[in-house]
Design a protein around this ligand. Structure first.
Ligand SMILES: *Cc1c(COP(=O)(O)O)cnc(C)c1O
Length: 419
Protein backbone atom coordinates (compact mmCIF):
# COMPACT_ATOMS: atom_id res chain seq x y z
CA UNK A 1 0.00 0.00 0.00
CA UNK A 2 1.32 3.44 -0.82
CA UNK A 3 2.08 5.96 1.88
CA UNK A 4 -0.90 7.87 3.25
CA UNK A 5 -0.74 11.21 1.39
CA UNK A 6 -1.36 13.08 4.66
CA UNK A 7 1.68 11.40 6.21
CA UNK A 8 3.76 12.22 3.14
CA UNK A 9 2.64 15.84 3.46
CA UNK A 10 3.47 15.91 7.19
CA UNK A 11 6.99 14.63 6.54
CA UNK A 12 7.51 17.09 3.72
CA UNK A 13 6.35 19.96 5.96
CA UNK A 14 8.69 18.87 8.75
CA UNK A 15 11.64 18.76 6.34
CA UNK A 16 10.83 22.21 4.99
CA UNK A 17 10.10 23.73 8.43
CA UNK A 18 12.67 26.39 9.31
CA UNK A 19 11.70 26.09 12.98
CA UNK A 20 11.86 22.27 13.15
CA UNK A 21 15.20 22.28 15.00
CA UNK A 22 13.61 24.02 18.03
CA UNK A 23 11.63 20.87 18.81
CA UNK A 24 14.83 19.11 19.89
CA UNK A 25 15.43 21.86 22.42
CA UNK A 26 12.43 20.72 24.48
CA UNK A 27 12.61 17.85 26.92
CA UNK A 28 10.71 14.72 25.93
CA UNK A 29 10.25 15.39 22.23
CA UNK A 30 12.26 12.27 21.31
CA UNK A 31 9.55 10.06 22.85
CA UNK A 32 6.53 8.84 20.82
CA UNK A 33 4.11 10.72 23.12
CA UNK A 34 1.87 13.17 21.25
CA UNK A 35 1.48 16.46 23.09
CA UNK A 36 -1.54 18.57 22.15
CA UNK A 37 -1.61 20.58 25.37
CA UNK A 38 1.27 23.02 25.01
CA UNK A 39 -1.38 25.74 25.22
CA UNK A 40 -2.15 24.67 28.80
CA UNK A 41 1.30 23.72 30.02
CA UNK A 42 4.22 23.98 27.61
CA UNK A 43 7.04 21.43 27.59
CA UNK A 44 10.23 22.27 29.51
CA UNK A 45 13.10 23.73 27.47
CA UNK A 46 16.21 21.58 28.03
CA UNK A 47 18.31 24.71 28.57
CA UNK A 48 15.95 25.66 31.41
CA UNK A 49 16.66 22.41 33.22
CA UNK A 50 20.39 23.17 33.07
CA UNK A 51 19.82 26.77 34.04
CA UNK A 52 17.77 25.86 37.11
CA UNK A 53 20.53 23.56 38.30
CA UNK A 54 23.17 26.23 37.73
CA UNK A 55 21.05 28.88 39.40
CA UNK A 56 20.47 26.81 42.50
CA UNK A 57 24.12 25.93 42.92
CA UNK A 58 25.79 29.12 41.82
CA UNK A 59 23.33 31.96 42.26
CA UNK A 60 21.15 30.89 45.14
CA UNK A 61 23.68 28.63 46.83
CA UNK A 62 26.71 30.82 46.10
CA UNK A 63 25.44 34.38 46.22
CA UNK A 64 22.77 33.86 48.87
CA UNK A 65 21.14 37.13 49.98
CA UNK A 66 23.60 39.12 47.84
CA UNK A 67 21.71 37.83 44.78
CA UNK A 68 18.89 40.31 45.36
CA UNK A 69 21.11 43.37 45.02
CA UNK A 70 23.26 41.86 42.29
CA UNK A 71 20.52 40.87 39.89
CA UNK A 72 17.29 39.40 41.19
CA UNK A 73 15.57 42.71 41.88
CA UNK A 74 15.96 43.60 38.22
CA UNK A 75 14.85 40.26 36.84
CA UNK A 76 11.05 40.88 36.80
CA UNK A 77 11.66 44.03 34.75
CA UNK A 78 14.34 42.51 32.53
CA UNK A 79 12.27 39.48 31.60
CA UNK A 80 9.24 41.77 31.29
CA UNK A 81 11.10 43.91 28.77
CA UNK A 82 12.12 40.78 26.91
CA UNK A 83 8.46 39.75 26.66
CA UNK A 84 7.84 43.28 25.41
CA UNK A 85 10.47 42.90 22.69
CA UNK A 86 9.95 39.29 21.65
CA UNK A 87 6.25 38.67 22.16
CA UNK A 88 3.97 41.72 22.54
CA UNK A 89 5.83 44.57 20.77
CA UNK A 90 5.96 46.86 23.76
CA UNK A 91 8.78 49.27 24.32
CA UNK A 92 10.80 48.89 27.52
CA UNK A 93 9.44 49.88 30.92
CA UNK A 94 5.86 48.74 30.39
CA UNK A 95 5.94 45.01 31.07
CA UNK A 96 6.77 43.23 34.31
CA UNK A 97 6.66 39.69 35.67
CA UNK A 98 4.46 39.62 38.75
CA UNK A 99 1.99 37.27 40.38
CA UNK A 100 -0.42 34.80 38.78
CA UNK A 101 -2.56 36.01 35.89
CA UNK A 102 -5.53 36.03 38.24
CA UNK A 103 -3.85 38.32 40.77
CA UNK A 104 -2.44 40.65 38.10
CA UNK A 105 -5.88 40.87 36.50
CA UNK A 106 -7.26 41.90 39.84
CA UNK A 107 -4.59 44.51 40.46
CA UNK A 108 -4.82 46.11 37.01
CA UNK A 109 -8.60 45.99 36.74
CA UNK A 110 -9.11 47.42 40.22
CA UNK A 111 -6.61 50.18 39.51
CA UNK A 112 -8.34 50.94 36.20
CA UNK A 113 -11.89 51.18 37.55
CA UNK A 114 -10.72 53.28 40.50
CA UNK A 115 -8.95 55.72 38.18
CA UNK A 116 -12.08 55.97 36.02
CA UNK A 117 -14.42 56.47 39.00
CA UNK A 118 -12.24 59.24 40.39
CA UNK A 119 -12.68 61.29 37.22
CA UNK A 120 -15.97 60.01 35.83
CA UNK A 121 -18.33 58.90 38.62
CA UNK A 122 -20.93 57.91 36.00
CA UNK A 123 -18.67 55.18 34.58
CA UNK A 124 -19.97 52.32 36.69
CA UNK A 125 -19.93 49.39 34.25
CA UNK A 126 -17.42 46.68 33.45
CA UNK A 127 -17.90 44.96 30.10
CA UNK A 128 -16.84 41.32 29.71
CA UNK A 129 -18.13 38.35 27.70
CA UNK A 130 -19.94 35.30 29.05
CA UNK A 131 -17.36 32.93 27.56
CA UNK A 132 -14.28 34.69 28.85
CA UNK A 133 -11.97 32.49 30.91
CA UNK A 134 -13.56 31.66 34.30
CA UNK A 135 -10.93 33.42 36.40
CA UNK A 136 -11.43 36.63 34.41
CA UNK A 137 -15.18 36.52 34.99
CA UNK A 138 -14.80 35.72 38.67
CA UNK A 139 -12.23 38.46 39.32
CA UNK A 140 -14.29 41.10 37.55
CA UNK A 141 -17.48 40.09 39.34
CA UNK A 142 -15.59 40.41 42.61
CA UNK A 143 -14.32 43.88 41.74
CA UNK A 144 -17.81 44.94 40.72
CA UNK A 145 -19.11 43.80 44.09
CA UNK A 146 -16.31 45.58 45.98
CA UNK A 147 -16.89 48.83 44.16
CA UNK A 148 -20.67 48.67 43.70
CA UNK A 149 -20.35 48.48 39.91
CA UNK A 150 -22.37 46.58 37.32
CA UNK A 151 -21.06 43.90 35.01
CA UNK A 152 -22.43 44.19 31.49
CA UNK A 153 -22.20 40.77 29.85
CA UNK A 154 -21.69 40.22 26.14
CA UNK A 155 -23.28 36.90 25.13
CA UNK A 156 -21.03 35.11 22.67
CA UNK A 157 -21.21 32.14 20.38
CA UNK A 158 -18.85 29.63 22.07
CA UNK A 159 -17.43 28.55 18.72
CA UNK A 160 -16.44 32.18 18.10
CA UNK A 161 -15.77 35.22 20.33
CA UNK A 162 -16.53 38.93 20.76
CA UNK A 163 -17.13 40.81 17.51
CA UNK A 164 -16.82 44.56 16.86
CA UNK A 165 -20.56 44.86 16.47
CA UNK A 166 -21.19 43.24 19.84
CA UNK A 167 -18.67 45.42 21.63
CA UNK A 168 -20.02 48.59 20.01
CA UNK A 169 -23.47 47.72 21.33
CA UNK A 170 -22.17 47.10 24.87
CA UNK A 171 -20.02 50.17 25.55
CA UNK A 172 -21.00 53.76 26.18
CA UNK A 173 -20.75 56.65 28.59
CA UNK A 174 -21.23 54.32 31.57
CA UNK A 175 -18.36 51.99 30.69
CA UNK A 176 -15.32 52.13 32.95
CA UNK A 177 -13.43 49.08 31.69
CA UNK A 178 -13.61 46.40 29.00
CA UNK A 179 -11.90 43.04 29.62
CA UNK A 180 -11.41 40.68 26.67
CA UNK A 181 -9.30 37.69 25.71
CA UNK A 182 -7.22 38.10 22.57
CA UNK A 183 -7.53 34.38 21.77
CA UNK A 184 -10.60 32.63 23.24
CA UNK A 185 -9.51 29.67 25.36
CA UNK A 186 -12.35 27.47 24.13
CA UNK A 187 -12.72 28.21 20.42
CA UNK A 188 -9.33 29.84 19.65
CA UNK A 189 -11.26 32.78 18.13
CA UNK A 190 -8.73 35.53 17.51
CA UNK A 191 -10.27 38.87 18.41
CA UNK A 192 -9.63 41.93 16.25
CA UNK A 193 -7.64 43.59 19.02
CA UNK A 194 -6.81 46.93 17.33
CA UNK A 195 -10.43 47.43 16.26
CA UNK A 196 -11.93 46.41 19.62
CA UNK A 197 -9.44 48.65 21.44
CA UNK A 198 -10.52 51.57 19.26
CA UNK A 199 -14.17 50.90 20.01
CA UNK A 200 -13.51 50.86 23.77
CA UNK A 201 -11.50 54.08 23.54
CA UNK A 202 -14.11 55.85 21.40
CA UNK A 203 -16.55 55.16 24.23
CA UNK A 204 -14.11 56.63 26.75
CA UNK A 205 -13.43 53.25 28.37
CA UNK A 206 -10.15 51.62 29.30
CA UNK A 207 -9.43 48.15 27.95
CA UNK A 208 -7.56 45.26 29.55
CA UNK A 209 -6.45 42.45 27.24
CA UNK A 210 -5.93 38.90 28.46
CA UNK A 211 -3.13 37.53 26.29
CA UNK A 212 -2.84 34.07 27.92
CA UNK A 213 -3.57 32.12 24.75
CA UNK A 214 -1.82 34.47 22.35
CA UNK A 215 1.49 35.23 24.06
CA UNK A 216 4.07 33.18 22.18
CA UNK A 217 1.84 31.96 19.36
CA UNK A 218 0.06 34.97 17.86
CA UNK A 219 1.73 38.34 17.25
CA UNK A 220 0.56 41.11 19.55
CA UNK A 221 1.39 44.80 19.01
CA UNK A 222 0.59 46.29 22.39
CA UNK A 223 1.99 49.75 21.63
CA UNK A 224 0.85 50.05 18.02
CA UNK A 225 -2.67 48.85 18.90
CA UNK A 226 -2.75 51.33 21.80
CA UNK A 227 -3.49 48.85 24.56
CA UNK A 228 -4.06 50.34 27.99
CA UNK A 229 -3.47 47.22 30.04
CA UNK A 230 -2.75 43.56 29.45
CA UNK A 231 -1.92 40.40 31.33
CA UNK A 232 -0.71 37.04 30.09
CA UNK A 233 0.31 33.58 31.20
CA UNK A 234 3.86 32.33 30.87
CA UNK A 235 3.35 28.59 31.47
CA UNK A 236 1.46 28.08 28.21
CA UNK A 237 3.27 28.95 24.96
CA UNK A 238 6.18 30.47 26.88
CA UNK A 239 7.06 27.20 28.67
CA UNK A 240 7.56 28.81 32.08
CA UNK A 241 6.53 25.65 33.97
CA UNK A 242 3.57 24.90 36.25
CA UNK A 243 2.57 28.07 38.09
CA UNK A 244 5.22 30.30 36.54
CA UNK A 245 4.36 33.95 37.21
CA UNK A 246 2.38 35.98 34.68
CA UNK A 247 3.24 39.29 33.04
CA UNK A 248 1.47 42.61 33.20
CA UNK A 249 1.63 45.40 30.62
CA UNK A 250 0.66 48.94 31.55
CA UNK A 251 1.03 51.68 28.94
CA UNK A 252 3.68 54.11 30.21
CA UNK A 253 1.54 57.25 30.23
CA UNK A 254 -1.09 55.47 32.35
CA UNK A 255 1.24 54.12 35.01
CA UNK A 256 1.36 57.22 37.16
CA UNK A 257 -2.43 57.52 37.28
CA UNK A 258 -2.96 53.96 38.47
CA UNK A 259 -2.86 52.94 42.11
CA UNK A 260 -2.89 49.17 42.42
CA UNK A 261 -4.70 47.69 45.42
CA UNK A 262 -2.05 45.33 46.84
CA UNK A 263 0.48 47.90 47.88
CA UNK A 264 3.56 46.12 49.12
CA UNK A 265 7.23 46.78 49.62
CA UNK A 266 8.31 45.47 46.20
CA UNK A 267 6.36 48.30 44.58
CA UNK A 268 7.43 50.97 47.03
CA UNK A 269 9.52 54.01 46.12
CA UNK A 270 12.38 53.24 48.47
CA UNK A 271 11.97 49.57 49.22
CA UNK A 272 14.79 49.22 51.71
CA UNK A 273 14.15 52.46 53.56
CA UNK A 274 11.33 50.51 55.22
CA UNK A 275 9.61 53.84 55.77
CA UNK A 276 6.41 54.55 57.71
CA UNK A 277 4.17 55.01 54.65
CA UNK A 278 3.71 53.39 51.25
CA UNK A 279 4.73 55.55 48.34
CA UNK A 280 4.62 53.81 44.93
CA UNK A 281 7.82 53.78 42.90
CA UNK A 282 7.52 55.52 39.50
CA UNK A 283 7.25 53.16 36.55
CA UNK A 284 6.07 49.62 35.97
CA UNK A 285 7.65 48.30 39.19
CA UNK A 286 4.76 49.85 41.17
CA UNK A 287 2.56 46.96 40.03
CA UNK A 288 4.64 44.50 42.05
CA UNK A 289 3.58 43.65 45.59
CA UNK A 290 5.65 41.08 47.47
CA UNK A 291 8.88 39.16 46.93
CA UNK A 292 9.24 38.14 43.28
CA UNK A 293 9.18 34.40 42.46
CA UNK A 294 12.68 34.39 40.99
CA UNK A 295 13.11 30.62 40.56
CA UNK A 296 9.80 30.33 38.75
CA UNK A 297 10.63 33.04 36.20
CA UNK A 298 13.84 31.48 34.90
CA UNK A 299 12.54 28.78 32.50
CA UNK A 300 10.45 31.15 30.34
CA UNK A 301 13.58 33.12 29.54
CA UNK A 302 14.83 30.21 27.39
CA UNK A 303 11.69 30.22 25.26
CA UNK A 304 11.82 33.99 24.98
CA UNK A 305 15.36 33.63 23.61
CA UNK A 306 14.09 31.14 21.00
CA UNK A 307 11.20 33.40 19.97
CA UNK A 308 13.53 36.39 19.79
CA UNK A 309 15.80 34.40 17.49
CA UNK A 310 13.06 32.88 15.31
CA UNK A 311 10.79 35.94 15.23
CA UNK A 312 7.15 35.82 16.30
CA UNK A 313 6.02 36.14 12.63
CA UNK A 314 7.72 32.83 11.77
CA UNK A 315 6.22 31.26 14.92
CA UNK A 316 2.76 32.40 13.84
CA UNK A 317 3.27 31.13 10.27
CA UNK A 318 4.09 27.67 11.60
CA UNK A 319 1.17 27.84 14.01
CA UNK A 320 -1.22 28.57 11.14
CA UNK A 321 0.25 25.70 9.09
CA UNK A 322 -0.15 23.29 12.05
CA UNK A 323 -3.74 24.23 12.85
CA UNK A 324 -4.67 24.19 9.14
CA UNK A 325 -3.22 20.70 8.83
CA UNK A 326 -5.12 19.53 11.92
CA UNK A 327 -8.37 20.85 10.40
CA UNK A 328 -7.66 19.11 7.08
CA UNK A 329 -7.16 15.81 8.88
CA UNK A 330 -10.30 16.38 10.94
CA UNK A 331 -12.31 17.13 7.76
CA UNK A 332 -11.03 14.02 6.09
CA UNK A 333 -11.04 11.53 8.94
CA UNK A 334 -13.33 12.78 11.68
CA UNK A 335 -16.12 14.71 9.94
CA UNK A 336 -17.49 11.41 8.51
CA UNK A 337 -17.77 10.21 12.14
CA UNK A 338 -19.88 13.25 13.06
CA UNK A 339 -17.15 15.59 14.31
CA UNK A 340 -17.60 19.31 13.69
CA UNK A 341 -15.16 22.19 13.93
CA UNK A 342 -15.76 24.41 16.99
CA UNK A 343 -13.07 26.92 15.98
CA UNK A 344 -13.00 29.53 13.21
CA UNK A 345 -12.20 28.00 9.82
CA UNK A 346 -10.42 31.16 8.62
CA UNK A 347 -6.83 31.09 9.96
CA UNK A 348 -6.87 34.89 10.22
CA UNK A 349 -9.55 34.50 12.91
CA UNK A 350 -7.92 31.58 14.71
CA UNK A 351 -5.22 31.38 17.36
CA UNK A 352 -2.90 28.46 18.06
CA UNK A 353 -5.36 25.69 18.87
CA UNK A 354 -8.29 23.87 17.29
CA UNK A 355 -11.40 22.56 19.03
CA UNK A 356 -13.29 19.63 17.56
CA UNK A 357 -16.79 18.81 18.69
CA UNK A 358 -18.47 15.42 19.19
CA UNK A 359 -20.66 14.10 22.01
CA UNK A 360 -18.13 11.34 22.69
CA UNK A 361 -15.08 13.59 23.14
CA UNK A 362 -14.91 13.33 26.93
CA UNK A 363 -14.54 9.57 26.67
CA UNK A 364 -12.24 9.89 23.65
CA UNK A 365 -9.94 12.23 25.57
CA UNK A 366 -9.69 9.82 28.53
CA UNK A 367 -8.75 6.94 26.23
CA UNK A 368 -6.25 9.02 24.28
CA UNK A 369 -4.47 9.94 27.52
CA UNK A 370 -4.06 6.22 28.25
CA UNK A 371 -2.33 5.89 24.87
CA UNK A 372 0.04 8.81 25.49
CA UNK A 373 -1.84 11.14 23.17
CA UNK A 374 -2.53 14.25 25.26
CA UNK A 375 -5.15 16.75 24.04
CA UNK A 376 -7.58 18.26 26.50
CA UNK A 377 -11.29 18.33 26.89
CA UNK A 378 -13.55 21.36 27.27
CA UNK A 379 -17.29 21.23 27.64
CA UNK A 380 -19.49 20.90 25.70
CA UNK A 381 -18.00 17.96 23.79
CA UNK A 382 -14.84 19.79 22.77
CA UNK A 383 -11.55 18.04 22.06
CA UNK A 384 -9.02 20.84 22.29
CA UNK A 385 -5.85 20.40 20.29
CA UNK A 386 -3.14 22.88 21.25
CA UNK A 387 -0.21 23.01 18.87
CA UNK A 388 2.75 24.81 20.43
CA UNK A 389 4.64 25.93 17.32
CA UNK A 390 8.20 25.56 18.61
CA UNK A 391 7.79 22.06 20.04
CA UNK A 392 5.20 20.37 17.78
CA UNK A 393 5.92 18.59 14.51
CA UNK A 394 3.55 17.97 11.63
CA UNK A 395 4.09 14.24 11.97
CA UNK A 396 3.04 14.51 15.61
CA UNK A 397 -0.23 16.14 14.48
CA UNK A 398 -0.76 13.30 12.04
CA UNK A 399 -0.09 10.65 14.70
CA UNK A 400 -2.40 12.30 17.21
CA UNK A 401 -5.33 12.70 14.84
CA UNK A 402 -4.87 9.18 13.53
CA UNK A 403 -5.18 7.92 17.12
CA UNK A 404 -8.23 10.15 17.64
CA UNK A 405 -9.92 8.61 14.61
CA UNK A 406 -9.26 5.09 15.86
CA UNK A 407 -10.46 5.78 19.40
CA UNK A 408 -13.55 7.67 18.25
CA UNK A 409 -14.52 4.77 15.95
CA UNK A 410 -14.17 2.40 18.88
CA UNK A 411 -16.30 4.53 21.17
CA UNK A 412 -18.99 4.95 18.51
CA UNK A 413 -19.03 1.20 17.83
CA UNK A 414 -19.33 0.39 21.54
CA UNK A 415 -22.16 2.87 21.96
CA UNK A 416 -23.99 1.38 18.97
CA UNK A 417 -23.54 -2.10 20.47
CA UNK A 418 -24.97 -0.91 23.75
CA UNK A 419 -27.84 0.86 21.98
C1 LIG B 1 -4.81 30.02 31.52
C2 LIG B 1 -5.58 31.27 31.63
C3 LIG B 1 -5.65 31.99 32.83
C4 LIG B 1 -5.01 31.41 34.06
O1 LIG B 1 -4.87 32.25 35.13
P1 LIG B 1 -3.96 31.78 36.36
O2 LIG B 1 -4.04 32.84 37.33
O3 LIG B 1 -2.58 31.54 35.81
O4 LIG B 1 -4.48 30.47 36.87
C5 LIG B 1 -6.32 33.20 32.83
N1 LIG B 1 -6.93 33.67 31.71
C6 LIG B 1 -6.89 32.98 30.54
C7 LIG B 1 -7.55 33.54 29.32
C8 LIG B 1 -6.23 31.76 30.47
O5 LIG B 1 -6.22 31.08 29.33
Amino acid sequence: MSLDPHLAYARRMDRADGLAHYRKRFHGTDAPLVYFDGNSLGRPPIAAIERMQRFMEHDWGGRLIRGWDESWLQLPLEIGDRIGRAVIEAKAGQTVIGDSTTVLLYKLARAAVDAQLARHPERREIVIDTDNFPTDRYVLEGIARERGLTVRWIEVDTTLGVTSQQLRAAVGRHTALVVLSHVAYRSAYLADAPELTRIAHDAGALILWDLCHSAGSVPVRADAWEFDLAVGCTYKYLNGGPGSPAFAYVRDDLQRALAQPIQGWFGAADQFAMGPRYEPVPGIRRFLSGTSPILAMLPMDETLAMIEEAGIAAVRAKSVALTTFAIELADDWLAPLGVTLASPVDPAERGGHVTLHHDAMREVTARLWQRDVIPDYRDPGGLRIGLAPLSTSFEEVHRGLDATREVLRQVIAERAGLG
